[in-house]
Design a protein around this ligand. Structure first.
Ligand SMILES: NCc1[nH]cc(CCC(=O)O)c1CC(=O)O
Length: 313
């Protein structure tokens, strides 16, 4: 085992590199003497930066090339932000470990205003997430939402250049990059329900690599894994594709799981919300049943309309 080198396929954005280094560090700490190295790669998602993600094939663009590297044995594992991991995996690959979740909240970032509610009428907010756009517009229909892409650093420099009055980013990404000081307000789930898996890091590898799967168990965080399982079950039942106005967030209170979900019209004019409470053992069933309730309460129409403007994932 000790002569072998485990290779982590990773994108080269600062956040992706942080996550890959984090897993490298934790694997080596859990298994002293283990050799783990990074295999940095460029993905299509990193190259096409000027087009909304939904129009070029979705978040899967960031993952596909890492998966190919594992299937072709050029790498052994890949580290993902769980919110960017599509619901299905290629044959032979799977998600085997979910690490402890960082702060799951969305963050309000601005150079001039302390909170979402403090923004003046008609202020310009940057986000390319339909989920964030929908919830912000519901609360503040007067705000103008403008598209904002690129990695975290790029987004912050667009804010600093004056293109926006405020932008919304994930707290987890800002914390990991030591940019927490940029946060003016952490948006509670009641204001902005996070994306499925937000703040959690997951590890994918070949399902026949039992040696690696065994080593990775030391990094798994059961409570986070249960929560993300419930959120993903909801998203899967909704057929949540690449770019969707869907929020899903689970919390564990002892043995009890509390799952909240929403589907919103992108302009915030319609919002379908629901929740479930139940034993942790029923995480996935709760996700599915919450999704079905949302679909019956209007989510089906919202999603159909959103997908009409998008190519299939
Ligand atoms: N969609 C990009 C992305 N994917 C994961 C994170 C950061 C944190 C996380 O959820 O792990 C971000 C940045 C953002 O949304 O601001």
């Amino acid at each position: 085992m000790l002569d072998k080198i485990f290779r982590i396929a990773t994108r080269q954005s600062p956040l992706a590199l942080w996550q890959a280094h984090y897993v490298q560090r934790r694997l080596m700490a859990a298994h002293p003497g283990l050799r783990v190295e990074l295999v940095p790669m460029v993905t299509k998602g990193d190259i096409i930066l000027d087009t909304p993600l939904a129009k070029v094939g979705g978040k899967g663009l960031f993952v596909k090339e890492l998966e190919l590297a594992m299937l072709e044995n050029r790498a052994d594992l890949a580290v993902h932000s769980m919110k960017d991991v599509p619901v299905a995996f290629p044959e032979g690959l799977g998600l085997v470990t979910i690490c402890e979740r960082e702060d799951p909240r969305d963050a309000f970032v601005s150079n001039h205003y302390d909170s979402l509610d403090a923004l003046p009428q008609g202020a310009v907010v940057g986000t390319s997430s339909l989920r964030r756009q929908s919830q912000i517009s519901e609360r503040r229909p007067d705000l103008v939402i403008r598209s904002l892409r690129g990695n975290v650093g790029t987004r912050l420099s667009k804010l600093d250049a004056g293109d926006y009055d405020a932008i919304i980013l994930a707290t987890a990404g800002l914390k990991r990059l030591d940019l927490e000081s940029r946060i003016r307000q952490s948006l509670p789930p009641e204001i902005s329900l996070p994306a499925v898996g937000q703040g959690a890091v997951g590890i994918e590898c070949r399902l026949d690599d039992s040696e690696l799967i065994g080593l990775l168990q030391a990094l798994n965080h059961d409570d986070t894994a249960i929560c993300v399982k419930a959120e993903r079950a909801m998203n899967t039942r909704l057929e949540g594709g690449c770019q969707v106005p869907i929020g899903s967030f689970a919390l564990l209170e002892g043995d009890q799981l509390w799952l909240r979900g929403l589907v919103g019209a992108p302009d915030g004019s319609v919002m379908v919300r629901g929740e479930r409470r139940g034993p942790r053992a029923e995480a996935e069933a709760m996700g599915v049943s919450l999704a079905e309730e949302l679909l019956g309460n209007g989510a089906r129409d919202i999603l159909r309309e959103v997908y009409q403007g998008q190519p299939p994932a």
